[in-house]
Design a binder for this molecule. Structure first.
Ligand SMILES: [Zn+2]
Length: 385
C-alpha cells in the first residue's frame, strides 16, 4: 500500500494542468495534457484519464492509492455537476465529473467552476491558508471570483456564486462585456480592461504620459475573454504573459480559457479611433500592457495613476459589498494583474475602506501566493471533504 493521494485538474482551453497531491496538500507531481477541443471536446477527459493511468504506471504508484480527483472547469457548473455549456472546451450538456469517474474505474470525482476552485486552492495552501472564510478575485484577462465560507465553495443555486467580474459598477459604459452586460467590473479591472481604460485616458487629452510611447495597433477594446458564459472565469494562461508580460510564471488567472496574443489583436480599436492618438509619439515601446500601466503608475505617472485609481475604486467598492454581504476573514487577490503587489493592494484598500466605513474590523486584502497552481490545488482539495 502506498500513501493516499488525490489529483487536481485545471481544465483550460489549451491544456489541462494536473497536480498530484498528498491528502495533506503537498504537491508530489505536476504535468499537463493538451486540450483537444475537437468534436465538442469529447477527447479531453479520455486523454486525461489515459495520461493519469500512464503516469501512475510509470511511477509505480497503484491506482488504488488514488482517493479522488477534482476538476476546475472554465464555466458555470451546476450543483449536481452539470455543465450546460463551456465555450472554450466545446462542452455542451456535460457531466465531466461522472465521465471522468467512469474513465477512472469509479474513482470519486468532483467538479466546480475554475475560479471557485482557485479560491479553494488559495484557502488550502495559499494566501488564505489557515482561514475558513475567504473571497478571492482573480484579475487576469477577465475577472474571476470565488467565495468560500466554512471551507466550502459557495457556488449558489445556479452556479453564479462568486461571479464578481460581472458586478455592474458603471452605468455609462457604451461597450459590452462578453457576458452581454455593460459596465461590468471585468471591463475595467482585468488586464485587458486596464489597458483599455489607459487608452481612453490617453485619447481624452494631450497631457504628457509615459504611456504615449506605445504602439496603438493593438488597442484592446472589449475585454476579449474567450469564455462567453462565465467570462470572469475563462482567463488566460500562458499567453497572459502578453497581457501582463512580467507574469513569467504564467500568472494568468484562475485557469480556464486561453487567449492568445492573436486573439487580443483580433479585437480592433473599437474605441472610435481613440487609440489613434496614441501612435503619434515615438519611440514605440511595443504594445501597451497592463503591466506598463501599473509600472508607469508606480513611477508616478499622473495619467497612469488616475487610471489605476479608477480601477482601484471599482475593485474597492466591489470588495466592500462582498465584505458587507458575506463578511469573510480575508479577501485574496490573484491573477496576472496582482503581480503589481502591495502597490495595487494599497490603491484598492483606500477605496475599500471608504466603501465599507461601517467597521474597521473587516476582511483584510491579501495577495494570492499560488499563481497558476491555485487551480490544481483547489481542485484536489474539492475531493477531500
Ligand atoms: Zn460582464
Amino acid at each position: 500500500m502506498g500513501e493516499n493521494v488525490c489529483l487536481g485538474l485545471d481544465v483550460g482551453g489549451t491544456s489541462v494542468k494536473i497536480g498530484l497531491f498528498t491528502v495533506d496538500g503537498a504537491l508530489l507531481d505536476k504535468w499537463e495534457v493538451p486540450t483537444r477541443t475537437q468534436e465538442n471536446g469529447k477527447y479531453i477527459l479520455a486523454d486525461v484519464a489515459d495520461s493519469i493511468k500512464a503516469r501512475f504506471a510509470q511511477s509505480g504508484r497503484a491506482m488504488s492509492d488514488l482517493v479522488g480527483c477534482g476538476i476546475g472547469v472554465p464555466g458555470p457548473v451546476m450543483p449536481d455537476g452539470y455543465v450546460e455549456v463551456c465555450v472554450n472546451l466545446g462542452w455542451k450538456d456535460a457531466y465531466p465529473a461522472k465521465e471522468l469517474s467512469d474513465l477512472l474505474d469509479g474513482v470519486p470525482v468532483r467538479c466546480n467552476n475554475d475560479a471557485n476552485v482557485a479560491a479553494l486552492g488559495e484557502l488550502w495552501q495559499g494566501g488564505g491558508k489557515g482561514y475558513h472564510d475567504l473571497v478571492m478575485a482573480t484579475l487576469g484577462t477577465g475577472v474571476g471570483g470565488g467565495i468560500i465560507l466554512g471551507d466550502k465553495i459557495v457556488s449558489g443555486c445556479h452556479g453564479l456564486g462568486g461571479e464578481i467580474g460581472h458586478f455592474r459598477v458603471r452605468r455609462d459604459e457604451t461597450e459590452y462585456c462578453n457576458c452581454g452586460g455593460q459596465g461590468c467590473l471585468e471591463q475595467y479591472a482585468s488586464a485587458t480592461g486596464i489597458v483599455r481604460e489607459a487608452r481612453r485616458a490617453l485619447a481624452a487629452d494631450d497631457r504628457p504620459s509615459a504611456l504615449r510611447g506605445f504602439e496603438a495597433t493593438q488597442a484592446v477594446a472589449g475585454g476579449p475573454t474567450v469564455d462567453g458564459a462565465s467570462a470572469g472565469d475563462g482567463t488566460l494562461t500562458v499567453d497572459g504573459a502578453s497581457a501582463v508580460p512580467a507574469a513569467q510564471g504564467g500568472e494568468g488567472a484562475a485557469g480556464g480559457g486561453t487567449l492568445t496574443v492573436g486573439d487580443a489583436s483580433a479585437v480592433p480599436t473599437a474605441q472610435g479611433g481613440e487609440g489613434a492618438a496614441v501612435s503619434a509619439a515615438p519611440p514605440l515601446n511595443g504594445v501597451l500592457t497592463a503591466k506598463d500601466v501599473l509600472d508607469a503608475a508606480k513611477e508616478g505617472d499622473a495619467l497612469a495613476l488616475e487610471v489605476m485609481d479608477d480601477v482601484g475604486y471599482y475593485l474597492g467598492v466591489a470588495f466592500a459589498h462582498l465584505a458587507l454581504t458575506v463578511d469573510p476573514e480575508v479577501i485574496v487577490i490573484g491573477g496576472g494583474v496582482s503581480k503589481a503587489g502591495e502597490f495595487l493592494i494599497d490603491i484598492i484598500d483606500r477605496h475599500y475602506r471608504k466603501s465599507a466605513a461601517i467597521s474597521e474590523r473587516k476582511a483584510k486584502l491579501r495577495l494570492a501566493t499560488l499563481g497558476n497552481d491555485a487551480g490544481i490545488y483547489g481542485a484536489a482539495r474539492l475531493i477531500l471533504d
